[in-house]
Design a protein around this ligand. Structure first.
Ligand code: FAD
Length: 515
């Protein structure tokens, strides 16, 4: 009863606030158990994202209480004479308004009390989770059973539906594949408002399309995620290189290892002229052991490369970890005496970026514009990329945030998914995770950093470096066709089949709504 009253109130506000763009009777008869809100604070938060680069206010926000609520809303949008767009929003950690929809309804999938709690099937080693569940909460639930998902993102305050719509990658991807390679089954509300279960065996077209599908084919309301026994502790090691070829050779060697004699996580980052290594991923080095780049004798135009690896273990096998790590490190060619090691609980390692978030928040440096650029670079062209970008375009300039670089194996990516990767067996993620500051320093301004992103893309284009954007952002269909390449026809076909009116995730700017 209270929900009905609230809904009626919301609809009345909707009529008053926005006129009749949205057919109110359709929304009145939705019969959702959750809450349809036009409260200014809901509209405000749904109109922003982590990037803080674009703003688009929806007409209303649905806080669903179940998948049926989501289905009812999408069915109303699809069946309506007028039509309206619907965008799922997880934690709103996109950069370019991908979860926004002006003149439509945002479904706020993440949040307190939204959706059912994770259900762990310990015997079968999987967990069923709500699409808006944050990965940190998935981890907490599975750890109660001594289990954990296998493939991660660096940061855990992202929703399951949000990362599965892209790929979900971190240093485990070389071994386990991206998060989309670790899903058994999904429940999806299609653009026609149908709630469908899909997997490799059942409605497989939908299953593969949705994984990495940028929210275009359906709203993920449940995901069944594969689990493994959770390690208890992590040995976390960083070593430095001044020679890029030695750095990439070692990374590629480490991701080629099979069997148990390998690291569990392989990443890396670029350090461009920072003097003291002090960016937000590097608290590791200090204050106990601050590193002066000059002290390492870098005569490499100020550029250093840091390899980051971990070995997971149980306390019962702690005795052998030193030996295993030693044996793996022995084969690498990093700068002598540049080994930095720490040891911590598994959860603290996985949740490491949250610590940096809290620090940045306390300094007012978290809620700032983030002109991020994420690229997949083919292995055969990573040297050219280093020369032209790290040493060329960025050389000796402040980078305004971490630059990650690590390789992955394409054979761990299911080619039937919608995500696009370069056409080579090994490719690198290069992520420029920058924060723009309004502090009067030109080189940290949004305009400067956005220009630099364009310069990097232009350089790749001019030099024939066949990069693919990860978390892609384009504004014309021509660019999207180009990005998707040979996957475009299928992508288009699946859109026609599962979201024929182009209702869903219009913030990606791939298809124009047809009403
Ligand atoms: P939102 O921004 O809310 O949504 C993103 C897109 O997915 C939108 O188009 C939306 O409509 C769609 N969507 C959301 N929920 C659903 C759903 N349930 N069903 C269907 N479509 C849906 N990515 C990595 O791979 N690895 C990392 O290590 C990593 N680290 C990050 C660290 C930070 C600090 C940030 C801000 C981002 C990071 N990302 C990383 C990127 C992140 O994975 C994507 O931006 C992801 O989309 C964010 O999830 P979200 O829940 O915030 O999605």
């Amino acid at each position: 009863m209270a929900t009905k009253l609230l809904l009626t109130f919301a609809i009345c506000r909707l009529i008053v606030t926005v006129g009749l763009t949205l057919e109110p009777t359709e929304l009145l008869h939705l019969g959702v158990d959750g809450q349809l809100s036009v409260h200014p604070s809901d509209l405000e938060s749904a109109s922003r994202d982590f990037g803080l680069l674009t703003r688009a206010e929806p007409l209303a926000v649905l806080h669903p209480s179940s998948a049926l609520d989501v289905a009812r809303l999408v069915k109303a949008a699809y069946g309506s004479d007028h039509g309206f767009t619907v965008s799922a929003r997880g934690h709103g950690h996109s950069i370019n308004g991908q979860a926004q929809t002006p003149d439509g309804v945002v479904v706020q999938m993440s949040g307190n009390g939204v959706g059912p709690r994770p259900r762990v099937q310990a015997g079968d080693m999987y967990v069923d989770v709500w699409g808006g569940e944050l990965w940190i909460d998935v981890l907490r639930s599975t750890l109660e059973y001594g289990l954990a998902p296998k493939s991660w993102t660096d940061y855990l305050y992202l929703s399951v539906g949000g990362t599965l719509s892209n790929a979900g990658i971190s240093g485990q991807a070389f071994n386990h594949g991206p998060q989309i390679s670790n899903v058994h089954e999904l429940d999806v509300v299609t653009g026609k408002g149908e709630l469908m279960t899909c997997s490799e065996e059942q409605n497989s077209e939908l299953f593969h399309a949705v994984l990495g599908g940028l929210g275009q084919f359906g709203i993920i309301t449940r995901a069944r995620i594969s689990l493994e026994p959770a390690p208890q502790r992590v040995r976390w090691i960083r070593v430095l290189y001044s020679n890029f070829s030695a750095f990439t050779r070692d990374q590629e060697h480490l991701i080629s290892l099979n069997g148990s004699q390998k690291f569990d996580y392989v990443e890396g980052f670029v350090i461009v002229d920072e003097g003291l290594i002090n960016n937000w991923r590097s608290s590791f080095f200090s204050p106990g052991n601050p590193v002066k780049i000059s002290s390492l004798g870098s005569n490499n135009g100020g550029v250093l490369y840091c390899l980051e690896v971990t070995k997971n273990y149980h306390e019962s096998t702690a005795a052998s970890v030193d030996q295993e790590v030693e044996a793996l490190l022995k084969k690498l060619n990093f700068i002598p005496n540049s080994v930095f090691t720490t040891d911590l609980p598994y959860v603290d390692f996985l949740d490491r970026v949250h610590k940096s978030e809290l620090k940045l928040r306390s300094k007012g440096l978290w809620e700032v514009p983030h002109p991020w650029l994420n690229l997949f670079v083919p292995k055969s062209q990573i040297d050219d990329f280093n020369r032209g970008v790290f040493k060329g375009i960025l050389g000796n300039k402040k980078t305004s945030g971490p630059i990650l670089i690590y390789p992955m194996n394409k054979n761990k990516w299911d080619q039937r998914s919608s995500v696009v990767t370069p056409d080579e067996q090994v490719f690198y993620l290069v992520a420029f995770l920058r924060s723009a500051l309004d502090n009067g320093e030109e080189s940290q301004s949004l305009e400067y950093l956005s220009n630099q992103n364009r310069q990097i893309l232009r350089f790749c284009d001019d030099d024939g470096i066949k990069v693919k954007q990860y978390l892609p952002h384009y504004t014309t269909q021509e660019e999207w066709r180009d990005h998707l390449g040979s996957k475009w026809d299928r992508f288009h076909q699946m859109k026609k089949k599962f979201d024929p009116r182009h209702i869903l995730a219009s913030g990606q700017q791939i298809f124009t709504p047809t009403f």
